[in-house]
Write a protein that binds this ligand. Structure first.
Ligand SMILES: [Zn+2]
Length: 311
């Protein structure tokens, strides 16, 4: 894997060997940003280490549960403070032909796996594949978003919280029958940012990218990117970093000094071997299955490193 990683971080390779992790960590650096420009490696202090896992797409097939568990053991070695889970936790509940037993089967596997790292906090967002829209009635307790909110122990479909001087905003990408926040959530987002003092350090997680380069592959970016980027521009006195998944590809982009990171999928090619576009077995196109470890510093900078997993 190492030879394909142009931004290979050698310091990390030694650490990886010590931890017994696969080599090939990729440091994801945006091209320019206020936070990078202000970087001061001497005085800044790491206040949090977070794992961003996304698109787990857990399913009974392809030995996925055991492979995820192995990946989890690797993540635990990084001594993280908590998990950010970017959604598409289960393989798929959203298709028209999905029956109740199949939905339950997938959530049961998830619950069993979650119990294996219950000592960690996990903050989740909704993925497009998580909701069962084919329930016989809209009043069915398993129908739609509320059921997923319960499964993932989320306080609401979108919410925010604070840790160690960082503000975290968790968004719901599935609204208006497309990839969008919708008017109510955009208003909430604007108000949530309004409450924060200048120079605040912010991480925003959504399932789908608000903006990204790899989003063009699946037409997977937010359709309301124009409204959202306008909201962000009003808060250009703050350090905003957006994280997403959904595309199963890895990238970083900067627009108006906001960093937009897309993290590859834990499931790679949905735990399958891949297709003619896969650069290697289990990869989705050129991105290996993996997870991101994000170090957050007290000066509002962050270090985002993508760790491929070989399972
Ligand atoms: Zn998705």
């Amino acid at each position: 894997m190492g030879k394909t990683d142009k931004n290979f971080n050698f310091e990390r390779r030694n650490t990886l060997k010590k931890l017994g992790l696969v080599a090939g960590a990729i440091t994801i650096s945006p091209l320019v940003s206020a936070s990078v420009a202000k970087e001061n490696t001497i005085t800044k202090k790491r206040v949090l280490r977070v794992a961003h896992i996304t698109d787990i797409h857990i399913r009974p097939e392809h030995n996925a549960p055991i492979r995820f568990e192995k990946c989890l053991e690797d993540i635990k070695k990084h001594n993280i403070d908590f998990f950010l889970n970017g959604g598409d936790v289960i393989y798929a509940a959203n298709y028209k032909n999905i029956v109740r037993d199949r939905v339950n089967e997938q959530w049961d596997i998830w619950k069993d796996l979650r119990s294996k790292f219950s000592e960690y906090d996990m903050h989740c967002c909704l993925g497009n594949h998580d909701m069962w829209w084919a329930a016989p009635e809209k009043t069915d307790p398993m129908y739609g978003k509320e059921y997923v909110v319960k499964q993932l122990e989320m306080p609401a479909t979108y919410y925010s919280f604070d840790r160690q001087g960082w503000h975290f905003i968790i968004l719901d990408s599935m609204n208006d029958k497309t990839i969008a926040l919708g008017e109510d959530q955009r208003k909430w987002l604007a108000e949530d940012l309004e409450k924060l003092p200048a120079d605040s350090s912010i991480v925003i997680m959504s399932h789908c990218p608000i903006l990204s380069a790899s989003g063009v592959f699946k037409n997977g970016n937010h359709k309301d990117y124009e409204e959202i980027t306008k909201i962000f521009y009003k808060h250009k006195d703050k350090k905003i970093n957006c994280f997403s998944g959904h595309i199963h590809l890895l990238d970083a982009a900067v627009y108006n000094n906001v960093n937009y990171y897309v993290t590859g999928a834990v499931s790679g090619a949905w735990w399958e071997e891949g297709d003619e576009h896969s650069a290697q077995k289990y990869w989705y196109r050129e991105t290996p299955p993996g997870y991101a470890i994000i170090d957050l510093f007290d000066d509002g900078t962050l270090l985002n490193t993508y760790y491929p997993h070989p399972y």
